[in-house]
Structure formats: C-alpha cells, structure tokens
Write a new protein. Structure first.
Length: 94
C-alpha cells in the first residue's frame, strides 16, 4: 500500500515537472520565432531600401505588390547558384 502512495506522489511530481518544462520551452519557442521573424523582415526591408536607392525610378507600389504576391516563383535562378529554396536555412555568403 505504501508503494502505491509513493508511486502516485512520484507520478504527480513528474507530471507537474514535465508540464512546467513544456510551458517554459513553449515560451522560448515563441520568443525565438518573434526574433526570427523580426530578422527576416529587417533583411527584406534592407533589400527593398537598397533597390529603391539604386533605382530611383522604380515604383514602390510594384515592389509591395511583388512582396504580397502569393504566386509560385520560378526557382531556376536560385538553382543556378546552388540555393535550395526547400532547405531550412539559406547561406548566401560564399
């Protein structure tokens, strides 16, 4: 009987510990995703800014429509340079 009580106590402590760790890891995941999204958005903004500086006559509305477009793109250009768009991470530096 005493073993059952100890088993229940151990299981309840283990379940609470696992739930606490799951919540902590979930919070870290959300924070990391926000940081990742911010970095990607900053890089896109840098690219758009550089394009606007180099090509003064480019229509900014056209650039925004390209960014908001949901059509599939032709990946041949990227494949020529060895960039796999299905990879988890891109390394453009060579």
């Amino acid at each position: 009987m005493k073993n059952k009580i100890e088993l229940k106590k151990m299981l309840s402590i283990s379940i609470v510990t696992i739930m606490i760790w799951a919540v902590i890891l979930g919070i870290f995941e959300i924070c990391e995703y926000k940081i990742y999204t911010k970095n990607v958005n900053q890089k896109i903004a840098q690219i758009i800014t550089k394009i606007c500086e180099e090509y003064k006559d480019i229509d900014k509305n056209e650039l925004m429509s390209i960014l908001n477009n949901k059509e599939n793109i032709d990946t041949e250009l990227f494949n020529k340079y060895g960039i796999d768009l299905n990879a988890e991470r891109y390394n453009f530096a060579k």
